[in-house]
Design a protein around this ligand. Sequence first.
Ligand code: PEP
Ligand code: CO
Length: 453
Amino acid sequence: MPDVELSPPPWAPGSWRERPAAQQPEWPDPVALKVVHARLAALPPLVFAGEARALTAALSEAAAGRAFLLQAGDCAESFTEFTADSIRDKLKVILQMAVVLTYGSGVPVVKVGRIAGQFAKPRSSPTERVGDLVLDSFRGHMVNDDAPVAAARVPDPERLVAAYHQSVATLNLLRAFTKGGFADLTQVHAWNQAFVASSTEGRRFEGIAEGIDRALRFMAACGIDLSGERTLHEVDFWTSHEALILEYEEPLTRRDSLSGQWYDCSAHMLWVGERSRQLDGAHCEFLSGIENPVGAKVGPSATPDDVVGLCERLNPGRVPGRLTLITRFGASAVAERLPALLEAVRAEGHPVVWACDPMHGNTITTEDGRKTRRFDDILAEVKGFFAAHRQVGTWPGGLHVELTGDDVTECLGGVEEIVEGQLHERYTTTCDPRLNARQGLDLAFRVAELLRA
Ligand code: PEP
Ligand code: CO
C-alpha cells in the first residue's frame, strides 16, 4: 500500500498537547490542575482582541522602519514585591525612555511592558544548588516559590490563578496611569524620580522635558488648542510576557466574537523563549494559532534556516507586525552571527520587527555566585545590533530590556559606576539582574543617538 500522508490535526487552543512541551513543571496533582484550568477558562479576558490587532498595526510600522519598539520590564514579576509604587515607578522609567527615544530620534515608539503576566521562567537546569542543598529550580511565582526549601519548590496550580489576579490588578493600574492623566506630556517632569533627577542622565532628561514644555507653550501661544489631542494626554501601553506555561495560556485563549479568530487574552503580545522555540514543539504550535502579535527569542545557536523556519511557522501569512524576532547573542557574538540572519529573513521576504535583547546573552556570575550584567556589555551588544543592521540595510526596530524603576544594584557600571562590591546592597530581583532607572535612561540616550545616526 502507498504511504498515506496524514495532515496534522487542526489548530486548537489545546493542540500544543500533542507536541513535546519544553520547560513545563511537573504538576503533582493532575486533578487540581484540571480544576484550575476550568476556573481560568471561566474568568474574563485581560485584554481584548481589538487591542491586540491595534498592537499588530503599531508593530507593522516598526517592521516597515517607521517606528521603534521599546519592550521593557521585570525579568520575573513577583508575588511578594507587588505594590502600586513599584508599578508606577516602572512605568515612569519606561515613559522616560520612550520620550528620550522619540525626542532624540524623531521616531515614534511602541511601548510594551514585560508586565501583567511575566511570572514564569525557563531554566537551564531542573535543579539548583543553594548552599549544601540541591533543590528543584525556581520557575517563577506562577509555578513555585523561590524560598530555598524543598517544599517551596513544589509546583502549585493555585499559583496560576494568583498570577491571573495579580495581572488583572496590575493591568487595571496601568490603564489608569496611562489613560487617566499620569502619562500626559505636561507631566513629563513628574516621571523623573528624585534619585534619577539628581544624576547626569536625570539632568539630561530635564533638558528634554523643558524642550517639550517650551514646544507645548509655543503651540498654545500660536492659538493651537491641544486639549483635544488624545496622543498628548494618553499613552498606548501594551502588555507582554513569555508564553511559557501553556496550562495558563490555553484557558485564557478565547474566540473573538467579531472575527471568529483565536486570541490569547492573557496579554497583548506573547513570545516564545530561546529554550522553547523548537519548530515542532508545543510552544510554536500554540503561538502559531493565536492572532496576537508574537515574538521569538533568537540566540547564538540559531542558524539562518532556524530563523526563516520561525518566520514560516509563526507568520506564514507574512502579516507585517505579527512577528518580532528578539535577538540575544551576547556582545561578543552579535557582529559575527546577526548579519546572516538578517540577510536570510530579508531574502525570503518576511516582514519582521528586529528587536535587540542585550540582556540575556550578557549574564555573568561573580565569584560569590551572584548573577549580574555589565552595562558596557549591554551597550556593546546594542551597538553591534545597530552596526549589523546598517551593514545589511535592515531596520533596527526595537530594544527589549529587563529593568525596574527602583534604585537597585543588580547590573554593573553605568554612569554611576556600580562595582562588584556594591551588588549586594540593593539586589532584589526574583530572577535575572535588571537595569535600574538611571541605567535604563542612560541606555535610552545611547540608543537615541544610534537611531539618529
Ligand atoms: C527572558 O526573557 O527572561 C528569558 C529567559 O530570555 P531567553 O529566552 O532569551 O533566555
Ligand atoms: Co530574564
